[in-house]
Design a binder for this molecule. Structure first.
Ligand code: UD1
Length: 355
């Protein structure tokens, strides 16, 4: 049995690590890397650190506008699927690589599975919301990470082709957390030992100069040193708008590997981000988060008191971080770290059913 996984961007490599470990020994698991992310810090280090096998196909599409980037992937993925003739295609999350993968596969009548299905921000201005809606409504099988995601799928009439499997990012996070226990992150000396970790990359925060300036000001006013792990989009746009990212309490660094991120968050006093995955990783590591967006797909982090949304007013970042109750909880909305084997079972059943 041959299964193709299509990945291209940073968060997909993390999910792939868990899935490959469960699926790899049970089939011919072929990894296709679209090349959406290509900088070593955005791609290569994840394969090395998370022990993901080398992709069998590299499409090297690179950066471009949504239409050009997705179109290039679509064309090349169709050729790749025709050549490799997989029994099923697995797509991950909500990026342009997800969208291209699902479209190319279903049009070739290959059984297609969407992992991390059912997440909704209800904000159609986010490219990710359009990508995940399209993927869910197009795939043959939707694998949901949470009860909330499953409810969204049922409400949209997709219940009969959806399964609740849990969250594979929890699998990876717990494994890496245990592997790095007892090792310290390498902190820039300006940071001191009580610091906040920040990441920003959403178009809604980085593509408009005034907004980006306001968010950087909000971050710089936090009453702890803030380690800002600067995504290439943030750096490129700050330069384009003539904004100096070095201000107030900010300490700027490049993106880090996954194990280093886990160490940094574990030892931090909190997180400020617009990333989806990091909100959840902070929760799982027992760190509070302020999310610089108006909504979140990971609503459980908010309802349990660990996450505050400040999209309306980024000047509230510091106050929101200080005000979070972050009450201890026994709830495990993202599972116990054993989702990947359920994913593998579902994927193989879906692929086998097609024969
Ligand atoms: C993409 C995903 C987003 C995901 C994020 C993780 C879409 C629509 N968005 O956003 O859901 O959370 O990845 O990081 O698919 N760049 C580089 N080097 C790289 C990659 C990107 O310099 O290796 C720069 C380029 O200037 C590029 C920009 O970053 O134009 C944006 O990259 P892109 O992949 O289009 O979107 P992300 O913001 O990374």
């Amino acid at each position: 049995m041959k299964i193709i996984s299509v990945v291209g961007a940073r968060p997909q490599f993390v999910k792939l690590a868990a899935v490959d470990r469960a699926l790899g020994p049970r089939c011919d698991h072929v990894i296709v890397h679209t090349g959406q992310h290509y900088d070593p810090a955005m791609s290569g280090v994840f394969f090395a650190d998370l022990q993901i096998p080398e992709p069998r196909f590299r499409l090297e599409v690179g950066s471009a506008g949504h239409g050009a980037q997705t179109g290039r992937m679509l064309e090349q993925l169709e050729q790749t699927f025709l050549e490799a003739a997989p029994d099923a295609v697995l797509v991950y999350g909500d990026t342009n690589s997800t969208l291209a993968g699902v479209l190319a596969a279903v049009k070739l009548h290959i059984p297609t599975i969407h992992l991390e299905a059912g997440l909704r921000s209800f904000d159609r201005a986010m490219p990710e919301e359009i990508n995940r809606l399209t993927a869910d409504h197009t795939a043959d099988l939707c694998l949901a990470p949470t009860v909330t995601a499953m409810e969204h799928l049922e409400r949209e009439g997709l219940g009969s082709r959806s399964r609740l499997v849990g969250d594979v990012m929890t699998d990876v996070l717990f494994a890496v957390r245990d592997a790095v226990a007892g090792t310290a992150p390498s902190l820039p000396s300006a940071l001191g030992d009580s610091y906040v970790v920040a990441t920003l990359h959403r178009p809604s925060n980085t593509d408009d100069g005034e907004r980006l300036n306001a968010v950087l000001d909000g971050l710089a006013a936090v009453d702890h040193p803030v380690l800002l792990l600067a995504h290439p989009r943030l750096r490129a746009n700050a330069k384009r708008f003539g904004l100096d990212v070095n201000r107030g309490n900010l300490v700027i660094a490049d993106p880090v590997s996954y194990p280093e991120l886990v160490r940094l968050v574990r030892d931090s006093s909190g997180v400020v981000t617009d990333s989806g995955g990091l909100q959840k990783e902070a929760f799982l590591l027992g760190r509070k988060t302020v999310t610089v967006r108006r909504q979140t797909e990971w609503t459980e982090t908010v309802s349990l008191g660990w996450n505050a949304l400040v999209g309306e007013d980024p000047s509230r970042i510091g106050a929101a971080l200080n005000d979070l109750p972050a009450l201890p909880t026994d709830e495990t909305p993202y599972g116990d770290g054993s989702a990947a084997h359920r994913v593998a079972d579902q994927v193989l059943a879906c692929a086998g059913g097609a024969r």
